[in-house]
Write a protein that binds this ligand. Structure first.
Ligand code: UD1
Length: 427
């Protein structure tokens, strides 16, 4: 087992470039199977979730290779339409392959994704959209069987869902006729999916607004596309700089995509300046509590940025109230932060974070991806040494994390734990 060891209390200074957005790469990789031919996708980070997607593509008969940050997928020889349970379990968001497989082959079979670390993850909106487009969907023994000829339709989502919007787009580009998605999710990663689908020859417009129009049935071919920078990774580095103190410039992501987060960090006492693809954050005075933070679908405060920002505000003056509206079980980092001396009370969807003058290092374990990022943020601002385990979660969404933080002056290193050290909880 591996751990990240952090010697906290050192300011972070310098520049860091964020990698491509995980949440863009995954649906774009699914889209690549929609047509025969080769697609090239640039700016893809080496993440375990990306590797899991490539395994699914290979299982389906595609050629899929990663050279640095370029991915090449050739879906000409696609043979399969079913994804085995073991591959589905690797990554909860593999349900995104449902729409693409169905769109390409007219049928799809995969495991019903269960809950995940963040609580139940229903897919009723995905299935309703696919049914409305004409597919027959059967659920048998935990497997989903979908088949049918798809026809364009007006679909009204009862709530904006990123995955359901993407799945509906993936099916609809292959359906005969026009599909209109109402109350669609508006995340930048959906605009990225639209960009790649257009590069494949699809006619899609409106992504980024709540109405997406798809003219289905256009001939599709492989596409070439560069994925946008990861706004949540950018927020994580900014939260780390806010927590540890210092002056950090984050490049490679568009500040307009996470302005709700930079506004909070500015309100907490940081000086924030932005340009077209950079954000500079200076944190010198310590942080103070801010007005209540409600997570919301884009363009609201992103649920994925809640854990690292909460961790930063755990040390400082004043109290901040967080209200989590997207996922039920998204405060598992709070109890670990309390082991570092934080004062956080969680009740249901609400967390009350009372800033403390200092945190201390501790042995803590990540229970989910962004929760792991929260522990790292807190450890960078804490006094003494922390040991973070549960790295399989962090590796799903962050590449080169230790190197990037070390380059900023953080003392962060990954170590292999002796089996006997795995259960030791004190240093
Ligand atoms: C995506 C992101 C994830 C982010 C989340 C919210 C990817 C790969 N993951 O996840 O990082 O945290 O958006 O921004 O892009 N819901 C239903 N029924 C459904 C689908 C969703 O009730 O069929 C609910 C969910 O339980 C949740 C809310 O809708 O409460 C939003 O979920 P959704 O936008 O679908 O998130 P994901 O696409 O799973």
């Amino acid at each position: 087992m591996q751990a990240i060891i952090v010697e906290g209390g050192r300011p972070l200074v310098g520049g860091v470039r964020v990698h491509g957005a995980k949440n863009s790469v995954l649906p774009i990789l699914a889209a690549a199977i929609l047509a025969p031919g080769q697609s090239v996708i640039h700016n893809c980070p080496p993440l375990s979730d990306v590797a899991a997607s490539l395994d699914i593509l290979r299982h389906l008969g595609c050629r899929a290779e990663q050279h640095g940050t370029d991915l090449t997928v050739d879906a000409t020889a696609l043979t399969g339409s079913s994804v085995p349970d073991a591959l589905m379990r690797e990554m909860r968001s593999s349900v995104i392959f449902l729409g693409a497989i169905l769109g390409r082959t007219g049928e799809a079979e995969l495991t019903f994704p269960g809950g995940c670390e963040l609580g139940p993850r229903p897919i009723d909106l995905h299935l309703r959209a696919i049914r409305e487009l004409g597919a027959e969907v059967k659920e048998e023994g935990g497997r989903l069987h979908c088949r049918g000829k798809l026809t364009g339709k007006e679909i009204v989502f009862t709530r904006p869902s990123v995955g359901a919007t993407e799945n509906a787009m993936l099916c609809a580009v292959t359906a005969e006729g026009t599909t209109t998605l109402h109350n669609a999710a508006r995340e930048p990663e959906i605009v990225d999916l639209q960009g790649f689908l257009r590069a494949m020859g699809a006619e899609v417009q409106g992504a980024g607004s709540s109405t997406i129009l798809i003219q289905g049935g256009r001939p599709l071919h492989g596409g070439e596309y560069t994925v946008l920078g990861d706004r949540i990774v950018a927020c994580t580095y900014l939260a780390a700089a806010a927590a540890a103190g210092g002056a950090v410039t984050v490049t490679g992501a568009q500040p307009g995509h996470f302005s709700t987060v930079t506004a909070v960090l500015a309100e907490a006492g940081c000086t924030v300046r932005t340009g077209p693809d950079w954000v500079e954050l200076v944190s010198r005075e310590g942080l103070k509590g801010v007005r209540p933070i409600h997570t919301a679908p884009y363009p609201g405060f992103p649920t994925d940025a809640q854990p690292p920002v909460l961790a930063a505000l755990a040390r400082g003056r004043g109290t901040t109230l967080f209200v989590e509206h997207i996922f039920e079980n998204r405060y598992r980092h709070a109890q670990e932060l309390c082991r570092m001396g934080a004062d956080i009370k969680v009740e249901g969807r609400v967390a009350v974070v009372s800033g403390v003058p200092s945190l201390h290092g501790a042995a803590v374990e990540a229970a989910d991806l962004r929760g792991g990022a929260a522990l790292l943020v807190a450890a960078l601002g804490a006094e003494g040494e922390s040991r973070i385990t549960g790295l399989r979660h962090l590796d799903r969404g962050y590449a080169n994390l230790e190197d990037s933080l070390s380059a900023l002056g953080g003392r962060v290193r990954r170590v292999e734990l002796e089996p006997s050290a795995e259960h030791r909880t004190v240093f």
